[in-house]
Design a protein around this ligand. Structure first.
Ligand code: NAD
Length: 286
């Protein structure tokens, strides 16, 4: 068991709100921190939305009062020092902007108690890019969640060479306590395990379709039938939304052409995936 009791989440956007709610749902005391009270008012609505989603998705215990009880475990703050005053763990889920994260860790390092562990949920930055700004590299590491944490419950744990192994173990234990399957990563790797596998897989699918070798539905079919996997690359892309892979491809030299193929054939036609009712497949409007 971990010694973590009080958790502060920095940023209450898409992932921060899910991490905060899942932690509260698991019985921890959570402080949700964001930059203004207006944003925190929106966060409160997000948490109420998550309480309904947990019930609708049949998360164990949600309909029996746990989903509503979680809302009472969350307090709100737009004052960083107050938000972290008694935090055992701070999970940072602010925008993926290096300078913003570095600046935030500099402030956080000054106001947080010495006991506090810091964890970043960054998808593309390495914890090494941030560790020197924390003032406590031994108590800093990455704890990376997947979108829709209540269903896709992996938590990749990745430290730097400076992370104290006891802190690493503590965060692995905490991840289990909030219902995640912890995936320890033994040395730093951009993309962690998930994106190191997923990104080349999706790109291989796009290259087959864009090159005219086979249609997206048939590519998904062969993958599903021949391997027993539940979804092919285009079904997965529809769930992620086509904009994220487009943004990643546009920033890579070799991937630009595939990004252009996604844009011209799908994105420019409003086919962005499940969220817009159509991507490579069509979906019932919610
Ligand atoms: P988001 O834009 O939805 O939310 C960011 C939140 O941070 C906003 O509420 C914003 O007001 C707040 N914020 C901005 N500046 C801040 C500051 N200085 N201090 C505190 N809060 C601040 O972003 P997101 O999609 O939730 O992503 C957050 C992090 O999680 C990123 O590092 C991203 O790489 C990572 N991540 C995202 C996903 C995903 O699917 N969206 C998945 C895994 C990891």
């Amino acid at each position: 068991m971990s010694n973590i009791k009080n958790v502060t989440v920095l940023g209450t956007g898409v992932l921060g709100s899910q991490i905060a709610y899942q932690t509260a749902f698991s019985g921890f005391k959570v402080t949700a921190y964001d930059i203004s009270d207006e944003i925190l008012a929106k966060a409160k609505e997000r948490f109420e939305g998550l309480a309904s989603t947990y019930q609708a998705d049949g998360v164990a215990g949600a309909a029996e009062g746990k989903a509503d009880a979680a809302l009472t475990h969350i307090t709100y703050s737009s004052e960083l020092a107050a938000a972290v005053a008694d935090a055992d763990l701070v999970i940072e889920a602010i925008p993926e902007v290096l300078a913003l994260k570095q600046q935030t860790y500099e402030q956080l390092g000054k106001v947080a108690p010495a006991k506090t562990i810091f964890a970043t949920n960054s998808s593309t930055l390495l914890p090494s890019d941030l560790k020197d700004f924390t003032g406590r590299p031994a108590r800093f590491l990455a704890l990376h969640f997947a979108n829709q944490v209540w269903k896709f419950n992996t938590a990749e744990v990745m430290g730097t060479a400076d992370t104290d192994p006891a802190v690493f173990d503590e965060v692995v234990a905490f991840a289990g306590e909030i219902g995640m399957v912890a995936i320890p990563i033994h040395k730093e790797k951009a993309g962690y395990v998930l994106n190191s596998l997923l990104v080349p897989f999706l790109n291989a699918g796009y290259a087959l379709a864009a090159g005219g070798y086979a249609d997206p539905k048939d590519i998904d079919n062969v993958w599903r039938i021949a391997t027993g996997a539940p979804m092919g690359p285009f079904q997965i892309t529809d769930i992620i939304g086509l904009t994220t892979p487009y943004n990643i491809l546009s920033q890579s030299g070799e991937g630009k052409q595939l990004g252009q193929w996604l844009k011209e054939n799908y994105i420019d036609k409003g086919k962005l995936g499940v969220a817009t009712g159509e991507g490579f497949y069509t979906y019932d409007a919610k």
